[in-house]
Design a protein around this ligand. Structure first.
Ligand code: CA
Length: 230
């Protein structure tokens, strides 16, 4: 992630010139190094010649599907991909397929929201083939496949619940403040009701704790945040 004097390199794969230009300017202002590709052929070239920290990938491209390319990136590297779709119907496809996308946005999006999501993805723990799981107690988290198992039995988590658990697990034994949780999961957007976070934590406890009323792992640090203990 640290390259170009500490700036993250983002590969923007986008065939609409207006979006490409706006992202080039906007993301550069935000401190990113921006590489632009307007089709998959260019994207593949840039993925080989440079190693971006993050890929913004449009779904509909002139020489193929961003969905297929996302799967290709996921299979060959651990570079996180944020899918960019033009229609909400595409989002369903993106979410329905296990293509390994780290996140997605729908056009039109606000630059502020996109940047917040990019930073959140870049903050996630970096995984590789040798180190893709985190274990605590009888719970095992697979960060690559985004699955969680308790006593070997798979537990079904929502997207947000998984992201929250992965955030806690990446800082095992350390306090994660409420602000960091909100910033990472809700991209720094104002939540009208921050109790949503507590609801997610409560649901997580019901799924991963043997006695959710007396949690042994996912602890509340009153007035500060939460801590996941092994
Ligand atoms: Ca397109």
């Amino acid at each position: 992630m640290l390259s170009h004097e500490g700036r993250s390199v983002v590969l923007v794969v986008e065939d609409e010139p207006s979006y490409q230009e706006a992202l080039n300017i906007g993301l550069t202002v935000e401190g990113f190094v921006v590489l632009g590709a307007s089709n998959l052929a260019q994207a593949r070239q840039l993925m080989t010649s440079t190693r971006p920290d993050l890929v913004l990938l449009d779904v509909m491209l002139p020489d193929g599907s961003g969905i297929d390319y996302c799967r290709e990136i996921f299979d060959s590297s651990r570079v996180p991909v944020i899918m960019v779709s033009a229609r909400t119907s595409e989002v369903d496809i993106v979410l329905g397929l296990e293509i390994g996308a780290a996140d997605y946005v729908t056009k039109p999006y606000r630059l502020r929201e996109l940047v917040a999501r990019m930073r959140a993805v870049l903050r996630r723990p970096i995984t590789n083939d040798d180190d893709e799981t985190i274990t605590f107690g009888d719970v095992r988290i697979d960060l690559v496949r985004r699955t969680v198992a308790k006593q070997g039995i798979e537990v079904e988590l929502s997207r947000k619940e998984f992201d929250l658990l992965a955030l806690f697990a990446s800082r095992l034994g350390q306090v994660v403040t409420r602000d960091v949780c909100l910033d990472t999961l809700w991209w720094g957007l104002e939540l009208t009701d921050t109790r949503t976070l507590d609801t997610h934590v409560k649901r997580l406890r019901q799924k991963i704790e043997s006695d959710p009323a007396n949690p042994r792992h996912l602890l509340t640090i009153r007035g500060v945040g939460f801590r996941l203990d092994a």
